[in-house]
Design a protein around this ligand. Structure first.
Ligand SMILES: Nc1ncnc2c1ncn2[C@@H]1O[C@H](COP(=O)(O)OP(=O)(O)O)[C@@H](O)[C@H]1O
Ligand SMILES: [Mg+2]
Length: 358
């Protein structure tokens, strides 16, 4: 068994343990056993670790986001504006001292996947460090233990997350122009198609993990749940990812592959088109059997080609979902037909036609 699989297994066992074990004593014993195993893996990882950021050149500023493993700050590194994700027990979820090691391991895994990625629709990682944050920091990072130090530095994307962008529009009772829907969808599809070509499965595709740059390009972010696709399908015991966007095979803990990202993309497509969140209730209460039949309803006015694409992407059967590179082609065709239509509608378009006919 390779090291990656071992880590995934340990994390899954912990998750499973939280879900299944009734007895507190059983939980404590297993936790002790696994803590030791995790400590060994962390120690090994730390031995192999290579610093890619010089903390002396890093300045950490104000908070821009709260994630599951910590806090994201705006900062600067060697004069470039950056985002700094810091392992901190001040994030969305309270991280207990026992789980700190697992969370740190998760961040190390994220860096391993992310560092090799280079694409216009993927947020660029600049580097990571386990050394103390620079004394030049304006913000007091609430992470007291030096062994928990960890931060990942990436390019800063001014527009924030696609989720907050869509929510803002929703509150103003606005929708995105159809042309923009298709442009955003192409960006995301290209980013995912690239990841899949690199054998990376994102596994947490949702607007909260997509960022917008100053030119309104969408870039994929947050590789905390990502994994490298082996030749055969992966099985994960613990539930990771976000309900609502998660493919049914993940919720049912069946083998899965890159097609789980295609499912999530289908839900994102709905959200971008509707400028809304697909579900207003907590899907965590649904059993896997009910969950697999749950889909958002597509508005009647949605163009048929886009509605069909959503349905293909969120098909219950992963083998029937298209590959992301096929999705790019379908969306490019929709874009082309839109351009053609607008040229014909435009007075100059009619003029050109008139000239051609003569
Ligand atoms: N590079 C970035 N530029 C701008 N904002 C960012 C950047 N990275 C993260 N954020 C903000 O921080 C939030 C959480 O980041 P994320 O990487 O998703 O953390 P987590 O893995 O903990 O969910 C994002 O939704 C976004 O609002
Ligand atoms: Mg996130």
């Amino acid at each position: 068994m390779d090291e990656h699989q071992k880590i995934v297994d340990v994390m899954d066992q912990q998750q499973l343990m939280h879900n299944q074990f009734e007895s507190h004593q059983q939980q404590q014993n297993l936790l002790l056993m696994q803590s030791h195993e995790i400590e060994c893996i962390i120690a090994e990882r730390q031995r192999q670790w290579q610093e890619t950021i010089d903390p002396q050149n890093l300045v950490v500023g104000k908070v821009i986001g709260h994630g599951s493993e910590g806090v994201v700050y705006k900062g600067s590194y060697k004069g470039q504006t950056v985002a700094v994700k810091v392992l901190d027990d001040n994030g969305k979820k309270k991280i207990s001292e026992d789980s700190m090691g697992i969370v740190k391991l998760g961040l190390m895994e994220e860096v391993e996947v992310w560092k090799n990625l280079d694409h216009p629709n993927v947020t660029k990682m600049i580097g990571a460090t386990m050394s103390m944050i620079t004394s030049g920091s304006r913000h007091k990072i609430k992470n007291p233990k030096p062994e928990n130090n960890f931060c990942v530095v990436s390019e800063y994307l001014k527009g924030g997350s696609l989720r907050s962008y869509l929510l803002k529009l929703k509150h103003q009772d606005k929708k995105l122009p159809y042309k923009t829907v298709i442009r955003f969808a192409i960006d995301i599809a290209k980013g995912l198609s690239y990841l899949h070509s690199q054998k990376v499965i994102h596994r947490d595709v949702k607007p909260g993990n997509m960022l917008i740059d100053k030119k309104q390009t969408i870039k994929l972010a947050d590789f905390g749940e990502s994994e490298i696709e082996p030749p055969e399908l992966l099985i994960t015991c613990g539930e990771r990812g976000t309900r609502g966007y998660m493919a049914p095979e993940l919720v049912s803990k069946h083998p899965h592959g890159r097609k789980c990202d295609v499912y999530s993309f289908g839900i994102c497509l709905w959200e971008i088109y509707c400028c809304d969140t697909a579900y207003t209730y907590d899907l965590g209460i649904l059993t896997p059997d009910i969950y697999k039949y749950t889909r958002p309803s597509i508005p009647r006015h949605c163009p048929r080609s886009l509605a069909k694409l959503m349905e293909q992407c969120w098909d219950m059967d992963p083998t029937k979902r298209p590959e992301m590179k096929e999705v790019v082609v379908i969306l490019e065709e929709i874009k082309k037909s839109l351009e053609l239509l607008s040229r014909w509608r435009h007075p100059e378009g009619w003029f050109k036609l008139f000239k051609l006919r003569r």
